[in-house]
Ligand binder design. Structure first.
Ligand SMILES: Cc1cc2nc3c(=O)[nH]c(=O)nc-3n(C[C@H](O)[C@H](O)[C@H](O)COP(=O)(O)OP(=O)(O)OC[C@H]3O[C@@H](n4cnc5c(N)ncnc54)[C@H](O)[C@@H]3O)c2cc1C
Length: 380
């Protein structure tokens, strides 16, 4: 077993670490406070080919592996968790399914400009009455000639307010349950596509999400992604990859919290010595560092399995489950190391706690990850 990163993987990690330090970290607090879209951060992601990391170069991407992708998301999220999830949505939830299930014609229109970072994509699965129970889709697509007429709504769609296209899941045959779901590629400029203002959220405030309504929206049949009735398969296979991105995002947030706690423990003195000389603080730092490493090992294993074409549903869920709950524990401990200052908006510790929390919810809650993992164990 080889734990060494390749030269290319180390180079990507270094490049993203520098970008996070120079461009993202200095702006992250301001973007959070003002709920501003991280325009300059997203522009840099595009310039550095980070919006289509694992997409082949011939299709506009960087042509790198999923280990590079996980390392990159960790570093970007270490600088700004909101920018990290925007990157994750375009790479994992949008480009990945178009690359895997799209026709050549669809890839030209719906992948190349998105992998190049000229356009942004989003992923519309969740509805007001279909979250964890994703098969309970109510958005309906009815065939009329060469087109489908789509009515319904999606909520919590990250990047929705800015996206140029959506991978949209609809019900085409309600009698068939999850085998009646069909995915479509839909430009957001399509008549009948109506987005609401950005949601007000606890954390990742700069990663805009919104509700979208579809009113008699006509989409050509050639825009079906995959086959009619195979949308649930498209969604689940996409989430297997997406969960690697969210695990990496959680690790990045936890690392930001840990590194800042470590620095603070050097500066702050109590009882005549720096905090880091108190064993209680040392033990907290030791636990944080150990848990971050454990989460990274799980995440890179899942990424490596994806690169090798191996089935990785349970491994992605394990990585996402552990990394997200770890990020909750680590960001809380880091806040504790800061004492009262941890509770102040003058420092980033409280933002890391708020940003970490979402990683236990989106792309499948911790409960859903446990269902996926236990289903795979019980099958054996
Ligand atoms: C900020 C944000 C961004 C998001 N971005 C996107 C996006 O880009 N695209 C998208 O499609 N969706 C997105 N989502 C939606 C997200 O994936 C869902 O919120 C999530 O899957 C949970 O669904 P729900 O909110 O309907 O909760 P529910 O399904 O109502 O669950 C409520 C609670 O019950 C638990 N629960 C439900 N069923 C079970 C069960 N069988 N066993 C045990 N416990 C259960 C859940 O774990 C949870 O704790 C986003 C959500 C948020 C908050």
């Amino acid at each position: 077993m080889d734990f060494e990163l390749t030269e290319v993987q180390r180079d990507i990690q270094k490049m993203c670490r520098e970008l996070a330090k120079k461009e993202l970290q200095p702006n992250a607090r301001k973007w959070d406070e003002t709920h501003a879209w991280p325009e300059s951060g997203v522009k840099k992601l595009a310039e550095l080919s980070l919006l289509g990391v694992a997409v082949p170069e011939a299709l506009g991407g960087a042509g790198l592996d999923n280990v590079c992708y996980a390392l990159a998301i960790e570093e970007i999220s270490r600088g700004c968790a909101s920018t990290g999830v925007i990157m994750s949505v375009n790479n994992s939830l949008y480009c990945d399914p178009v690359m895997k299930f799209g026709t050549d014609e669809q890839k030209r229109e719906f992948l190349v400009p998105y992998a190049r970072g000229e356009k942004l994509g989003c992923f519309g699965l969740t509805e007001p009455e279909a979250g964890s129970d994703a098969a309970a889709q109510k958005t309906i697509a009815v065939k009329k000639g060469d087109e489908y007429v789509i009515n319904g709504s999606k909520n919590w769609i990250t990047v929705g307010p800015k996206a140029d296209s959506i991978v949209l899941f609809t019900m085409t045959d309600p009698a068939k349950g999850n085998k009646g779901i069909t995915a479509f590629l839909v430009p957001t400029s399509t008549k009948g596509f109506n987005r609401q203002p950005p949601d007000k959220k606890m954390g990742i405030s700069a990663a805009w999400s919104c509700t979208i309504y579809f009113e008699d929206m006509r989409v050509p049949a050639k825009n079906i992604l995959g086959k009619e009735g195979e949308g649930f398969k498209v969604a689940m296979s996409t989430l297997d990859g997406g969960r690697i991105g969210i695990a990496a995002q959680a690790i990045g947030i936890a690392r930001a919290a840990y590194e800042e706690a470590l620095a603070y423990s050097n500066e702050r003195k109590t009882f005549g010595k720096p905090l880091r000389d108190h064993q209680a603080i040392q033990f907290m730092l030791a636990d944080m560092a150990t848990e971050i490493d454990a989460a990274r090992l799980l995440t890179l294993r899942a990424a490596l399995m994806k690169d090798r074409g191996a089935r990785h549903s349970a491994e992605s869920s394990m990585a996402k489950l552990y990394a997200s709950e770890m990020a909750g524990r680590v960001t809380n401990k880091a806040l504790q190391v800061h004492g009262g200052m941890g509770y102040s908006k003058e420092m980033d510790a409280e933002r890391h706690v708020r940003d970490a929390r979402i990683t236990e919810i989106y792309e499948g809650t911790s409960e859903i990850q446990r269902i996926v993992i236990s289903a795979s164990l019980l099958k054996e």
